[in-house]
Design a protein around this ligand. Structure first.
Ligand SMILES: Cc1cc2nc3c(=O)[nH]c(=O)nc-3n(C[C@H](O)[C@H](O)[C@H](O)COP(=O)(O)OP(=O)(O)OC[C@H]3O[C@@H](n4cnc5c(N)ncnc54)[C@H](O)[C@@H]3O)c2cc1C
Length: 857
């Protein structure tokens, strides 16, 4: 049931207003390749474009920032300096968040917000300056990357510096689609910092429009458009959904076994659907707590001059060769207003600019719709002051907040909320009402890919209840989308028989690699297929359904943990156990469930793990069990007494990498927790063994504080490490750039900028994107693919020759490395497409891979 007349929701391509399709909602696929090192998936929507043979355009090049007052591009030095200051501010905010957490005894989610904390930092810095006038000191994180300038500090910032700094604020507001003072200080970038969160690989735009993916997905499905859902009544094993009739003939009621609610969080917040009975408090509180913001776009199309040029390609501030450029603003209150423009001429070839409105500006935009185009023109005329800027021939302004079917743009972690809220929003109510949508997918919220994955998750969980065979298919689909699959077998995988086709390249005969390939091939992934799945064939299906219901009811009623044993003992099916473990993970922190589990039921949990450890399709369940164990702060003693230690050691040997990683982390955590006896000893040594229970309480807090201190130290160390690695990477990158003849190659983006670079990456720019008349579609051309391959392989060989000459590798290794490096590129979607394949970015990647493999050899 779809309220609008069209499918796609916040993915909306306008095909009428402009000469090319333009995306008014989502427009960037934020990662098209799994990053096995970070455990990141690729955005599944990229697969659809690949399958449809539709062109995507990688976001490349710098994003120069222009100063609104000086009407000129800010220098590279200043850009770096202020980016360093902003990183310093982020560091200070991280420390503040940790301090707040320590002050609360390590419990609870801080209500502190990002904006106010930054303000306070500035105020205290300024007060210090006015108070003692002492010499300006270096501040942590405000690094001078050039190495010549003096490290800057907040107290030294000029008005121009501040304008650039505010641009970074606007960029953060854009990434979160929220005002700075709404964003959680502690968890604002949980979708970047948590393990496996975020998508991997380059970001791309879709010249033919993102809606193509949604339309193709809905093709052949029975979607009832103009069916606005008004009420959901649930209970007695069924749901009744009331919705408007597409023919405006009053409301109708549809009865079903189960329902998946996928309306945006903005609609849930406004209670656009009446639930009967009302949603339980735990769900409603979560809906209220998690943030949901706004972002708007102003799209302007201009007429090309006779020579094919447009004004932004001319004059002293020409930006014709970049895909995006930033603008500072004179005042703080307007810093999100047109802080960035996308140059769509580089994406689709048409003379179109898209201005972004973030933070407060996104909200204001909805009230001053008719003023926005003149405002945008004012900004552009100010910037391109030495050329004629004509009036646009077409324009369009979005208003996502006023849209009754979205009420805003996307979710963010608001002050007082945390990543856990995404998990709780994903939980069903009464096992009848399920929830999906970007706001229910913790690892990739606010993305199209996250929304898609959440849909698959709910399909999987409902099918598990109603249909056994189909469920396994969905299970397998989910597994395929998992980046850990690449970890298991992607590394050394063979291509599609290129060795036979490519005479030029010798066959790989390095026994070392051969052996590895064989070993991997022997791993039968087909075992995951339907038929042998124990919980589907053995367990009574109705019972599984009943068990899930019992688990949800138990947790919803918030019963005490005393009858935990009874509940756990009654669960026989994998589904019941899975539901139990998931509920404990999602809710355990806020209740005493975890304590009870740790005290009495670890043995039972161990037996569950043993029962399903070797069963197919149970990896996710095993992972969840280990995640739960990780939450329990176990000691070595617990592991021994319950035989969990032995189980974990076994798992570490025989399970997929995903499980191994979790087990390793668990074992590390366990050995880091000092045994109770040691703690007692410490206490008696410090002479307070006779403390009363009450007197002991602050002691625990002290421990927490100590732990947090250690954590802070650890974070500092890691940051240092990351900074060092980044520096190294920059050097290597420059070196690589020099090797491939691009002396002024842009630096790779700092890892700290990820969230802010959320919707675009900043890699080295390449070719022009003009002249594509195919409506964005391009199919793989085999001949072209062969040419691309030849180009690449000879490039790899040329680079490797040096190492061969110097004796760093022998002939066999030479061949093997050529094959391995090519193996990493041969499945890239742009192979065989009518565009440059061996881009500077890719050359850089090749150099990096070669160095890696040569070092390994
Ligand atoms: C301006 C903007 C830019 C963005 N940029 C990006 C980007 O570059 N990359 C990216 O990955 N993501 C981006 N996003 C976010 C992305 O669009 C969303 O995360 C994603 O589309 C959410 O999908 P969903 O299915 O959860 O919700 P939606 O796409 O909103 O789908 C919900 C559906 O429910 C329907 N509905 C609502 N209420 C009712 C009702 N009562 N009855 C029946 N139907 C109802 C709606 O019409 C809609 O079709 C952007 C979003 C916006 C607004």
């Amino acid at each position: 049931m779809e309220g609008r007349e069209r499918v796609g929701g916040r993915v909306l391509t306008d095909r009428e207003t402009f000469s090319r399709p333009i995306d008014l909602g989502a427009s960037i696929i934020t990662g098209i390749a799994a990053d096995v090192n970070k455990g990141r998936r690729f955005d599944p929507s990229s697969t659809i474009f690949q399958q449809l043979g539709l062109k995507t355009k990688e976001l490349e090049g710098e994003c120069p920032i222009f100063d609104a007052v000086k009407r000129a591009k800010i220098s590279k030095e200043m850009d770096r300096k202020i980016a360093g200051v902003f990183d310093g501010i982020l560091d200070m905010c991280t420390n503040k968040a940790l301090a707040f957490k320590a002050a609360s005894g390590g419990k609870g989610v801080g209500k502190e917000n990002f904006g106010d904390t930054v303000k306070e930092l500035f105020e205290s810095e300024r007060a210090l300056q006015e108070g003692d006038g002492e010499k300006v000191e270096d501040k942590q994180g405000a690094a001078d990357e050039g190495g010549e300038e003096v490290v800057t500090s907040l107290r030294q910032l000029t008005e121009e510096d501040l304008r650039v700094l505010r641009w970074h604020y606007a960029h953060t507001e854009y990434g979160c689609s929220a005002r700075l003072n709404e964003i959680s200080l502690e968890h604002w970038n949980q979708d970047e910092s948590e393990d496996g969160a975020g998508f991997g690989g380059p970001h791309v735009m879709v010249p033919g429009g993102y809606s193509r993916a949604m339309e193709s997905l809905s093709d052949g499905l029975h979607v009832r458009t103009k069916a606005c859902v008004k009420g959901i009544k649930y209970g007695d094993g069924k749901v009744e959904v009331t919705c408007s009739n597409p023919d405006d003939e009053g409301d109708e009621c549809i009865v079903a076994d189960s329902v998946v609610v996928t309306v945006p969080l903005g609609c849930l917040k406004r209670k656009k659907i009446e639930f009967d009975p009302p949603l339980p408090d735990w769900k409603q509180e979560c809906i209220d707590r998690l943030g949901y913001g706004n972002l708007n776009k102003v799209v302007l199309e201009f007429k090309e001059e006779d020579d094919g040029n447009v004004f932004w390609e001319q004059g002293s501030n020409s930006v014709g060769d970049v895909m995006m450029f930033g603008m500072t603003s004179e005042s703080e209150s307007t810093c999100g207003r047109f802080f960035m423009f996308w140059n769509m001429k580089k994406v689709c070839g048409s003379p179109i600019l898209i201005g972004l409105l973030a933070g407060e500006a996104a909200y204001e935009a909805e009230q001053e719709d008719n003023k926005l185009v003149p405002q945008a023109m004012g900004v552009l005329r100010n910037l391109f002051h030495d050329v004629t800027v004509p009036e646009p021939v077409s324009c369009r302004v979005t208003s996502w907040l006023s849209d009754e079917f979205s009420h805003g743009s996307y979710s963010f972690v608001a002050a007082g909320a945390s990543g856990d809220d995404y998990d709780t929003l994903a939980l069903p109510v009464s096992s009848l009402v399920h929830f999906a949508g970007e706001h229910t997918w913790r690892k990739n919220p606010d993305t199209v890919g996250g929304a898609m994955l959440s849909g698959i998750r709910e399909a999987q969980s409902i099918l598990r209840m109603f249909s056994r065979d189909v469920a396994t298919v969905v299970d397998d689909m989910m597994f395929t989308l998992d980046a850990s699959k690449d970890l298991e077998e992607g590394e050394e995988e063979e291509g599609d028989g290129w060795e036979e086709e490519e005479e030029d390249i010798p066959k790989v005969e390095n026994p070392k690699f051969k052996g590895e390939k064989k070993a991997k091939k022997q791993k039968p992934r087909q075992q995951k297929i339907v038929g042998t799945v124990p919980y589907l064939s053995n367990a009574d299906h109705a019972q599984a359904k009943e068990e899930i219901r019992n688990v949800y009811t138990y947790f919803e009623m918030r019963k005490g943990s005393e009858d935990f044993a009874e509940l756990m003992g009654s669960l026989k099916s994998l589904d019941g156990k899975r539901a139990f473990v998931k509920q404990c993970i999602a809710r355990g922190d806020k209740t005493n469930y975890l304590g009870a589990l740790k005290e009495k039921h670890l043995g039972l949990l161990n037996s569950w793990i043993l029962e399903f450890a070797d069963a197919p399709l149970c990896t996710d369940f095993i992972c969840d069990c280990i995640r739960l164990l990780n939450k329990l702060n176990l000691e070595i003693k617990d592991m021994k007494e319950t035989k969990l230690g032995k189980t974990m050691r076994n798992l570490a040997q025989h399970q997929p990498v995903k499980v191994k990683k979790l087990v390793t982390y668990l074992l590390k955590q366990v050995s880091a927790v000092p045994a109770k006896a040691d703690k007692e000893k410490e206490r008696s040594a410090s002479g307070d063994a006779s403390e009363t229970k009450e007197a002991k309480a602050p002691k625990i807090d002290e421990e927490e504080v100590k732990k947090l201190e250690q954590m802070r130290e650890e974070i500092k160390r890691r940051k240092e490490e990351a900074r060092r690695r980044h520096e190294e990477a920059s050097k290597k990158f420059q070196e690589a750039a020099r090797m491939i003849g691009v002396m002024d190659a842009a630096e790779p983006p700092s890892p700290r900028r990820e969230k802010r670079k959320h919707r675009h990456s900043s890699s080295e720019k390449s070719k022009k994107a003009r002249g594509d008349e195919s409506g964005g579609e391009k199919r793989v051309d085999k001949k072209l693919a062969g040419e691309h391959r030849k180009q690449c392989v000879s490039y790899i060989k040329n680079l490797l020759k040096e190492s061969l000459k110097e004796g760093k590798i022998d002939k066999e290794q030479f061949k093997a490395i050529v094959a391995k490096v090519w193996g990493k590129l041969e499945h890239h979607p742009s192979l065989g497409k009518d565009e440059e394949f061996l881009t500077n970015d890719r050359k850089g990647k090749i150099v990096k891979l070669i160095k890696q493999y040569v070092a390994k050899s």
